[in-house]
Design a protein around this ligand. Sequence first.
Ligand code: UDP
Length: 320
Amino acid sequence: MRVLITGGAGFVGSHLAEALLERGDEVFVLDNLSTGSMDNIQHLKSHPRFHYTIDSVTNEPLLAEMIDRADTVVHLAAAVGVKLIVEAPVHTIETNVHGTEVVLRHANKKKKLVLIASTSEVYGKSTDVPFGEDADLVLGPTTKHRWAYACSKMIDEFLALAYWKERKLPVIIVRLFNTVGPRQTGQYGMVIPNFVRQALAGQPITVFGDGTQSRSFTYVGDVVRAMVALIDEPRAVGQVFNIGNRGEISINALAARIKELTGSSSDIVLVPYDQAYESGFEDMPRRVPDISKISSLVGYAPTVQLDEILTRVIEFFRQQ
Ligand code: UDP
């Protein structure tokens, strides 16, 4: 299979490229390196079935040609990371809405299968955990920029499902829950790379809010395996799937565990949300996936649990 990965030089994209190459596929990456990095794909560049182009999905003639060459498109190119989203809301909305729009439009011409990466952020402030795919999505007001990310991804989901319903373009939507692993950067706010970097540097580990909020972290290798399984499953078309891991940990406990595993002498400090992000920032107390849908369709089960994930991330940062 020939697979085009938009955002293929990003954290998730580079792991997906690896997984596809390993099973014999030909991989074409399109990435403008806005949050992705050549470092992520350096080790793949000499692979005979790996090709990359540094450009934006908004270069439509190029995008159209690359889609023509592929059998399947995995659309990962997006503005991600709460910090980036809060700091650059215009960029976030434009990138996430327009990028998906052009990918779907061009894929539709040749009816190429498109897997769209959405996010668990769409569940917003819902407290109805675990979150099932058909649950209500509960967002805050438009004056709080954080919700622009969820909203832009919801538009992507609506548009993809509309293409399926109205034009029979085969699409699959995946909602990723806090995906972590080697090569993820803390630059855009993600908590695990941030804490590990702080712990290894002996700097204060910055827990935002009171640290009682929790997250469920999924190893990137499990996430890309789930994506590949869905691409291979014709019954997945036209549907939305959570990809996550049910294991839940508070951010306080996460900070303590990282401190312990790194043997760090860093202090754990609480930073109010308005200082960490912006005044009036809203966080969600819990975010736990219901993964029964993907489990029953393709037999997905996460294989790497938190301690092992942390060990691998710590090892990655130590090597840097
Ligand atoms: N967080 C934190 N310290 C950091 C970065 C993040 O305490 O340096 C918190 C953040 O406020 C959130 C959780 O960790 O409650 C997960 O944040 P992340 O940005 O990784 O993902 P989110 O789940 O918010 O999309």
